[in-house]
Design a protein around this ligand. Structure first.
Ligand code: ATP
Ligand code: MG
Length: 171
């Protein structure tokens, strides 16, 4: 099954991300991420067998994630897949540490795919027709988190939906 680890936004932030996704979609076109799928990917694992997925779910449940606060204050894009996102204008040390910590564990289990660079971002649009619009609203969000979610990405041939498999504890 296809898995990734992510932060899931709390309800109030979720609403604000949804409003930004609407604004971006109106100006940049493309495919808007469904509200229920808005997230910050910390680690993309790809295809994992059922046994290993079960072990990873247990490991995530026993993981203690220190509380953190991520400031989102910028729009960004990845040109080739036409992704428009919101994120931070400067690197966030706590998120980098969390990313490192998760990948150290994943590599300890023989899972490949650790990226050379981690750019924390929340994807709002895919295949955007315009990547930069000068009239996008200001981004001014704080994301308070203390939990990592292991998510199953389910592709039923048409839509992709995300199903949470396990959640970490608060430290
Ligand atoms: P679709 O691929 O159909 O558009 P999706 O991207 O929402 O759907 P997945 O491809 O399963 O679903 O991706 C789940 C999460 O992992 C997303 O945040 C995605 O950006 C990220 N992701 C997917 N593939 C990779 C990859 N090769 N490297 C890093 N992150 C990835
Ligand atoms: Mg994808």
């Amino acid at each position: 099954m296809r898995l990734f680890m992510a932060l899931v936004p709390p309800p109030e932030l979720h609403e604000r991300l949804s409003t930004l996704a609407d604004a971006a979609h109106a100006r940049c076109g493309g495919r808007r991420m469904p509200d229920e799928s808005l997230h910050l990917t910390l680690a993309f694992l790809g295809e994992v067998g059922d046994d290993l997925a079960g072990e990873l779910a247990e490991e995530v449940c026993s993981l203690a994630v220190p509380a953190g606060r991520w400031t989102l204050d910028a729009w960004g894009h990845f040109r080739r897949p036409g992704i428009v996102w919101v994120g931070g204008s400067r690197p966030d040390a706590a998120l980098q540490r969390l990313h490192e910590r998760l990948w150290a564990r994943l590599e300890g289990r023989g899972i490949p795919g650790r990226p050379s660079r981690f750019i924390p971002h929340v994807t709002l649009l895919r295949r955007a027709e315009r990547l930069e619009a000068d009239d996008l609203p200001d981004v001014d969000l704080e994301w308070t988190y203390n939990q990592v979610t292991l998510i199953h990405s389910i592709n039923d041939g048409q839509d992709v939906r995300y199903a949470p498999l396990a959640r970490s504890q608060a430290a």
